[in-house]
Design a binder for this molecule. Structure first.
Ligand code: NAP
Length: 513
């Protein structure tokens, strides 16, 4: 394998030899090498090195054998007197590498391992220790082909220590694997190989991960295109908390691939937005060596980012929230694409000037929707469950405020639900509008996109209303973000396909009948 090629390593975590062999065949078309986690196997005789011959015969990819020590995340307690000879001898006879923990290095060294096939590894499942660089220095003193550090990131900023280790290894000319585990460390799994990591680990299916935060091999290869990423790739992504279920990486990465752009879109779980700006974004301060082009901002940071920006577009100022950031030269600029994104699907089906609109909910999404409706000449009434809380909201826009119960006797051209009611896992079987009242409205628009057809939309369709799903807004706001970063506008159809694929694949939607 050439140096610095991005390698995807499929981790085999099956519990039977037969299933492991099958998984290895699957890995052949999805990965560049594979790691067989022997400690997962329940029907394997660890005392006989020869058994590895049958397990590993006919594999087409380079193989790492690992039989992780129990105290470093291993699945079974296997004595070192069995485990270490299995790995050392197994690598000599049947595999390309064996992975042995630094804590057991000296015992393994007495067995005269083939150093060209040895990976020495350090794991920390609790945290990224402040002295990770010292740990790196300590493990590289143990002669081996490859050194590996895997530490848990509890916040995104913990990943910086892993990137620093990669930098040191590059300066030292060493082959290294460095990964920050956990959701907060995903950045290292996606960008690590373009920053010098020998490989990144991937699972063969959701639910088969051997460590927290691990992504599937197919996603690494096809969604994040990690083989194509370099240090000049333009970086975009989404900051928020949580972000793991965001559909945006699926949409934007599909569009980058389709437009043949050297861009990638990454999920970034950010808890402290000030720290993120200081250490990852601001020129002069940032510790991350990357070509950051911009990012989406989601809950809970849409308002908190505003004082951190050099410029905020007028629409975003009026809405009071930013959902898109663009790095333009040395300037950090904020925009809001939610408003236009929400209104465009409506404008496709009717003119808005003079239309009466009933908006349910007085949160962030309602703010973007109502701003857009008013800009386009519509008349708006807002319906909220807590009138005292919503009064300031209504005053900001100078619109009528009514209780949700008032919807029953309210007639309007357009009804828009901006609350999460009807969303999967959040009152999914509920609607805030009585079935008998939905035909008070001609058009019913639900910002919820998961499921595609909420109870409100189903009942509205049955009553003969024209219905619009929140997926349309999701797609439109993403198209506008993409345009801000690249100057190109992807087709709505491409983003729809990508979003639907992601939503179905994580089992969040039932495909339409
Ligand atoms: P938010 O700022 O938390 O606002 C939610 C609003 O809904 C608040 O006014 C809240 O009332 C109200 N609400 C919540 N539960 C309610 C209930 N059981 N009965 C009555 N009112 C209730 O959230 P957001 O950012 O506006 O997002 C709201 C929804 O829009 C989410 O489902 C989100 O997925 C969806 N959304 C979709 C898109 C898209 O692209 N399609 C974009 C953005 C948002 P209180 O203030 O009284 O709590």
């Amino acid at each position: 394998m050439p140096e610095h090629q991005a390698n995807i390593c499929a981790v085999i975590t099956e519990t039977s030899v037969e299933a492991a062999r099958k998984a290895m065949r699957q890995a052949a078309s999805e990965a560049d090498l594979l790691e067989v986690r022997l400690d997962y196997l329940l029907d394997f005789d660890f005392t006989r090195v020869d058994n590895l011959g049958a397990l590993l015969e006919n594999h087409s990819l380079p193989v790492i054998i690992t039989c992780r020590a129990f105290d470093e995340g291993g699945q079974q307690q296997i004595d070192n007197s069995i485990r270490l000879p299995l790995l050392v001898e197994g690598a000599k006879r049947f595999a390309d590498y064996c992975d042995i923990e630094a804590a057991h290095y000296h015992q393994a060294a007495r067995l005269s391992p083939d150093l060209t096939k040895l990976i020495v590894s350090y794991h920390n499942f609790e945290e990224t220790p402040v002295n990770l660089s010292e740990i790196y220095e300590r493990i590289i003193a143990m002669p081996a082909a490859i050194h590996k550090l895997a530490a848990r990131a509890n916040t995104l900023t913990d990943s910086l220590a892993t990137f620093r280790v990669l930098q040191s290894a590059e300066a030292d000319g060493r082959t290294i694997i460095a990964i920050a585990m956990n959701e907060a460390g995903v950045l290292t799994r996606l960008l690590g190989t373009s920053h010098g990591s020998f490989l990144t680990y991937g699972s063969l299916a959701n639910g088969k991960a051997s460590a927290p935060g691990q992504i599937t091999c197919i996603e690494l290869r096809d969604l994040y295109r990690i083989h194509q990423l370099t240090r000049t790739t333009q970086i975009t992504g989404i900051i928020g908390n949580p972000v793991s279920h965001s559909v945006s990486p699926a949409m934007h990465n599909a569009a980058f691939a389709m437009h043949n752009l050297d861009f990638v879109y990454l999920p970034m779980q950010v808890d402290d937005v000030n720290q993120f700006f200081q250490r990852f974004v601001q020129f002069g301060n940032r510790e991350m060596n990357w070509q950051l082009r911009g990012f989406s901002v989601t809950i809970p940071h849409k308002v908190a980012v505003m004082p951190l920006l050099d410029e905020v577009d007028e629409t975003a100022v009026k809405i009071g929230a930013v959902n898109t950031i663009v790095l333009d030269g040395a300037k950090i600029k904020g925009y809001n694409t939610d408003s236009t994104g929400a209104i465009e699907p409506l404008k496709k089906v009717c003119g808005l000037a003079g239309k009466d609109c009933a908006v349910i909910g007085a949160g962030g999404a309602a703010r973007a929707v109502i701003y857009g409706l008013l800009e386009n000449g519509a008349r708006v009434s807002v319906f909220a469950r807590d009138l005292r809380k919503a009064q300031r909201f209504a005053d900001d826009f100078d619109i009528e405020l009514l209780p949700i119960e008032g919807l029953e006797n309210h007639q309007a051209d357009i009804l828009i639900n901006t609350t999460p009611v009807g969303m999967l896992g959040h009152n999914e079987s509920r609607s805030l509008v009585a079935q008998s009242s939905v035909n008070n409205f001609s058009i019913v628009y639900d910002l919820v996109y998961n499921p595609l057809e909420t109870r409100l939309l189903k009942e509205a369709k049955e009553a003969g209303c024209l219905t619009i799903s929140g997926l349309e807004m999701l797609i439109e706001q993403a198209r506008l973000q993409f345009e801000l970063w690249t100057g190109r506008k992807p087709s709505a159809e491409l983003l729809r396909q990508a979003a639907m694929k992601k939503l179905y694949s994580v089992g969040e939607l039932s495909p339409p009948a």
